[in-house]
Design a protein around this ligand. Sequence first.
Ligand code: PTJ
Length: 254
Amino acid sequence: MSKIPNDHPRANSLRTRELLVRGLQKAIVVPEGLIAHGRGEAFDYLLGERTTDLAYAAMQSACASLLLSSHPVISVNGNVVALCAKEIVQLSDITGAIVEVNLFYKSKDREVLIEKELKQNGLKTVFGTRADTREIIPGLKSKRKQIDRHGIFKSDTVVIPLEDGDRAEALARMGKRLITIDLNPLSRTAKVCHISIIDNIIRALPTMISIAKDFKKKSNHVRMSKMLNGFNNRVNLSESLRIIRSGSRTDCET
Ligand code: PTJ
């Protein structure tokens, strides 16, 4: 990594960019992934590059949902693995969710590299990379329609971070309970999901890991069900937009 001074006002943001550039050099990330990140960054800037109370509440509901599900799955793409491979593996360990690779710009080479990266970070089984257990999401044209029979196909809950709207809508039609992490509260994905965490995945995953650990120690079925059923994504999205529109961010001009 190049030397980014610790006292640089945008040090975290610059370090995150470097993770993606490194992912691009390893061919885990596609060039389009850098552009997608740029869109996310713009929303993050407007949100104040912080986890809002709304995002925290969404993470609590999301963790409750994962822990209450019988077959939860975390779907990952190139950007997600370049940014947070270790955290994906940790969240999978704690919640029992399996991890499935699902790429928009799908290629066998990238699948192999992403699988390797996840395994190097401690994941034992990676779903979504085998042709013999493939099923198809009805009504979806992109290569993202290919899913694993033992993974997303039979799941009840799917986490779809940094996702495109087409597949989110198609998974919703299949009756899946959907959770996303997406900085854009206006995206089709954020609108169609049951729980949308409007936060940077870099901040969201470590927070979700600590919430899930805490729930496993201290929480019970009834409390988690209340948290899940009490969550209203429409309010969450409109309040997140209100924060952006209010222009409350004043601390950073660079
Ligand atoms: O690895 P592949 O081939 O599957 O391709 C992955 C990308 C991300 C290129 C692909 O899925 C894509 O084009 O996604 P979209 O349609 O641009 O959607 C990505 C969404 O994630 C946008 O709404 C962004 O605002 C949001 N986003 C980008 N970076 C972050 C983010 N949300 C949270 N944290 C981020 N770091």
